[in-house]
Design a protein around this ligand. Structure first.
Ligand code: SAH
Length: 311
């Protein structure tokens, strides 16, 4: 496993390439299901959250509502029902998913990254976006920290040029530089960002990269582009990098925003959906699953009172 040839690709570069290919093929939606796909109430609550945050910020008229990694566009479609803002900007790299998003929010504008979104007040939503961004992977050997590369479908290692804690031999550390850069850019422009993702609340050693292919766990290195590669989001690292509220558990956040009440009201209007709605709510809040494994972090300027759900 040691040593690497000239064709070795750093693991985060491999992951970025594999995911770009995966999302370009729009396999998304077939291999896993996300909260906005589970129930419309999820996006509606986030729309309500954004509206209240906008009011707390003095209701600037030129507010931009942005979303990073909008997938099929359901979250934004649902959010806009509650808060019909006109200036909608999407950060999305997959042409196929852009087309699908356009079918739901035709007047949106698309960007490859944050940099090209016009300046001005902005609220950004992101569900299961940071976990798809590429991580660097380091492994502690007797000789010190090594960094993982990929060559001919296998891991190889090179001495790491990176400052890491003194973990026991055999430990793995992951660093999501792309996620850190994203929240730093957002924070520097004074925007407010809501990030919902799978991850622990404390930074810890451990390998979290996983590949899902045809709805099953797969080897991350086999058939790049055929599997969705994700890594747990290190919320504590994000919080050390920028000013933020949280992270809190998804079930606390959604419950505080009125998940149960909104689902009940919807069930009363559509009794045929009542059973589905009850199951969806359970799925989003289950303490042993999505409810507590998913965390919510709000990147925001210092000095704001607690944002809705973070009280
Ligand atoms: N938020 C959606 C989709 C999550 S999947 C949901 O909850 O259902 C991840 C999304 O991020 C996809 O839309 C994917 O195309 C997009 N994405 C992945 N990497 C990206 C990158 N580097 N830049 C912009 N978008 C990216």
């Amino acid at each position: 496993m040691q040593g690497a040839g000239v064709s070795a690709e750093r693991f985060d570069h491999f992951m970025a390439r594999a995911n770009a290919a995966y999302y370009a093929n729009r396999k998304f939606g077939q291999d896993f299901i996300t909260s906005p796909e589970i129930t419309q109430v999820f996006g509606e609550l986030l729309g309500a959250w954004a509206k209240i945050v906008w009011q707390m910020a003095g209701a600037p008229e030129d507010i931009i509502l942005a979303e990073a990694g909008p997938g099929r566009g359901l979250l934004m479609e649902d959010a806009l029902r509650v808060w019909p803002t006109r200036k909608v900007h999407f950060i999305e790299t997959s042409p196929a998913l852009r087309a699908e998003q356009a079918s739901r929010v035709p007047y949106a504008q698309w960007h490859d990254n944050l940099a090209s979104i016009p300046s001005g007040p902005m609220i950004l939503l992101a569900n299961e976006f940071l976990d798809t961004l590429p991580v660097r992977q380091f492994i502690r050997r007797e000789s010190g920290w090594m960094e993982r590369y990929v060559e001919h479908g296998a891991y190889v290692e090179l001495p790491a040029d990176y400052n890491l804690p003194d973990d026991p031999v055999g430990s793995v550390r992951e660093v999501n530089e792309a996620a850190l850069a994203f929240v730093r850019t957002l924070s520097a422009r004074g925007a407010i960002g809501l990030f919902i993702d799978y991850g622990p609340s404390e930074s810890a050693a451990g390998e979290s990269v996983q590949a899902i292919r045809n709805c099953a766990y797969a080897d991350p290195l086999t058939a790049p582009g055929e599997a969705d590669l994700t890594a747990h989001v290190d919320f504590a690292a994000l919080k050390r990098a920028v000013h933020a509220q949280g992270p809190i558990k998804q079930n606390h956040f959604l419950t505080a925003l009125g998940l149960y009440q909104r689902s009940d009201r919807l069930a009363q209007r559509h009794p045929e959906k009542a059973m589905d709605l009850r199951l969806s709510v359970q799925r989003l809040t289950a303490p042993e699953a999505m409810g507590s494994l998913f965390k919510v972090l709000a990147v925001c300027p210092p000095g704001l009172p607690p944002l809705p759900g973070f009280e």
